[in-house]
Design a protein around this ligand. Structure first.
Ligand SMILES: [Ca+2]
Ligand SMILES: [Ca+2]
Ligand SMILES: [Ca+2]
Ligand SMILES: [Ca+2]
Length: 582
């Protein structure tokens, strides 16, 4: 009976464990289609801090992906915890380090940011760069997504050079804490031969010529005006062709920046703001107003003359908040930001005259590597220290929170904006773009990481593979602000939406149809996959005009069964289940 159950479990598991296109970006919708690998019970952590809940495992062509959520309070994955990951990479409990019923080739300690690879004759220390360890989010959370390169040496044993099947345990040490799974032996996983589609590259060209392109970039101790690094920056900015460049960690005087941008873009007129601590803004639009915004001087504010382009001027907040474990300082700055904005709005007490409904963005290196509350304050206006800073205040003009833009790398399903391979910290999201989404619509947006670009794209944009990594530990974040068709005071722009109907008929034979409704033109791709996640056929891949469209899926010699239609562009991804019944 035991044998039979075990056999059945293997069959079901190998059936379920198809790969998935996961983005390590701190958004978790991409896990919706991944079946649960294990569900741990609530309250079984005894003396521990972390109470594990849901657990999922999947893969793409490059990575093994792990998802977990917790019932307990949010915590920081990269620090101040004793959560361990054990991966038996050859599904053999007699190889590697024996732990709770499995033989782990890799033991990774999240809070220590290091690991150990167990081989027959000893141990090898493992750093994040050795296994391409990535995780998200970089702030405290109750759910996490993690990846490790499938071809890492730490996921090999003397009997298995390729990761095909294995087992995973996560547990908080010391004992008495929560183990996932509860039973010895780990949660099994299997890696199939299915190929996961590569991400659709985000081209650098603007979607609409009149979009306003803003680039936010921490330039690493003024490297922008250092001769040794300058060519990297020239290639980066010429490839991105920005209208506004918002700089942090730029401690040198602004005259040099002006001539630099004039030499790089000789046909353009550039305006450079004053230097506020290490924050500077370079713009094709005149700088009408500028000042410090907070007492730490870590946030500046400026008003750019975008009246002709945007129908209104544009406020830019540029922040470089305190780094590292300085949660307190960042929270103070976030609280004061909300308080100052409230006073400006309510009592006209601010750095310059504020016109109602002026679009604004708040960008920069926020250094958010600790408590999530700092982000909550900066987006929702939830002040932590109300005794000092007064009442909470909704930041957007329509009384709602402002939006936090999640972007991925132009050529990879990754969202990190900071990376320094010789730090003990693995890459993280430190750079933010927040914006008043009641009056601003976004167009294209991405993170530039030249290391993740293919050689054809690098050549096309005149970039060197090391440009982003060698110029700064931060990647440029790119936001195109879409020019609305009609902007007036109090008017709000409906966010871009794609409505996708349920397939009809379903079940179907010989064909089923999906209706899509677009409120603006967009590029869309739709592919069909079988139950094992294997690519079956391409339905469409083209630019669609705004309006209604139909996507048809015809049964051309396919067998009866479940199929998935995946509709996606760079911003959305929907998967629809259909049943072919002959
Ligand atoms: Ca994700
Ligand atoms: Ca638990
Ligand atoms: Ca093993
Ligand atoms: Ca448990």
């Amino acid at each position: 009976m035991i044998c039979k159950t075990a056999f059945l479990a293997v069959i079901i598991s190998s059936f379920i464990y198809a790969g998935h296109p996961i983005s390590i970006d701190g958004l978790f919708e991409d896990w919706d289609n991944v079946p649960l690998s294990y569900q741990d019970q609530e309250g079984d952590m005894s003396l521990g801090m972390v109470d594990f809940a849901d657990f999922k495992i999947t893969y793409d062509n490059e990575f093994l992906f792990i998802y977990f959520s917790i019932y307990s309070n949010d915590f920081l994955l990269q620090d101040n915890n004793s959560v361990n990951l054990y991966i038996d990479a050859d599904n053999d409990s007699t190889t590697g380090h024996y732990y709770f019923g499995l033989g782990a080739e890799l033991h990774w300690e999240f809070g220590q940011r290091s690991g150990t690879h167990y081989v027959a004759d000893g141990i090898i220390p493992v750093e994040h760069r050795d296994i391409t360890f990535r995780s998200s989010p970089t702030i405290t959370s109750q759910e996490f997504e993690i990846c490790i390169a499938r071809d890492s040496y730490a996921l090999q044993s003397e009997y298995s050079e390729e990761l095909v099947e294995g087992r995973i345990v996560i547990a908080e040490s010391p004992p008495n804490s929560d183990f996932l799974p509860n039973e010895p032996g780990g949660v099994p996983f299997y890696i199939g031969e299915d190929l996961i589609p590569e991400p659709i590259p985000i081209s650098f060209e603007k979607r609409h010529d009149d979009d306003i392109r803003l680039v936010s970039h921490n330039v690493w101790s003024s490297a922008l005006i250092n001769d040794d690094y300058q060519e990297h920056f020239r290639r980066i900015y010429q490839s991105l062709n920005p209208d506004i460049v918002v700089l942090q960690e730029m401690y040198e005087n602004t005259n040099q920046l002006h001539s630099l941008f004039n030499s790089w873009f000789p046909d353009e007129q550039w305006y450079v703001s004053n230097q506020f601590r290490d924050n500077i803004i370079i713009s094709k639009y005149p700088v009408l107003e500028q000042n410090f915004f907070t007492s730490s001087e870590r946030t500046m504010v400026s008003l750019l003359d975008t009246e002709d382009e945007l129908g209104k001027n544009l406020i830019i907040f540029n922040s470089h908040l305190a780094c590292c474990d300085n949660d307190e300082s960042r929270q103070y700055d976030a609280d004061e930001f909300v308080s100052n904005w409230r006073e400006w709005r309510n009592n006209d007490n601010g750095p310059f005259t504020l016109v109602d409904s002026t679009p604004f963005v708040h960008v920069g290196d926020f250094n958010l590597v600790g408590n999530r509350q700092q982000l909550t304050t900066l987006t929702e206006g939830d002040i932590e220290d109300e005794n000092v800073f007064g009442d909470d205040y909704a930041l957007d003009w329509d009384g709602t929170p402002i939006a936090d833009l999640f972007s991925r790398h132009s050529h990879k399903r990754m969202g990190y904006t900071w990376r320094y391979d010789y730090s003990s910290y693995s890459p993280g999201k430190l750079d933010y773009i927040l914006y008043s989404d009641s009056v601003i619509d976004t167009s294209k947006h991405f993170v530039l990481n030249t290391l993740t670009m293919d050689s054809t794209s690098l050549l096309f944009y005149g970039l060197d593979p090391m440009d982003s990594y060698n110029s700064s530990d931060h990647s440029p974040r790119v936001l195109d602000i879409k020019i609305p068709d009609n902007v007036g005071i109090g008017s709000s722009i409906i966010p871009k939406s794609i409505k996708i109907s349920a397939p009809y008929p379903n079940p179907f034979n010989p064909q089923t149809m999906i209706q899509i409704e677009l409120d603006q033109s967009t590029y869309l791709q739709a592919n069909v996959y079988d139950i094992n996640g294997r690519f079956v056929k391409k339905l469409i891949e083209k630019d669609f005009q705004s309006g209604r469209h139909e996507i048809k899926f015809k049964n051309n010699g396919l067998t009866s069964g479940i199929y998935f239609i995946k509709i996606q562009n760079v911003e959305i991804q929907r998967t629809l289940k259909v049943v072919l019944l002959k």
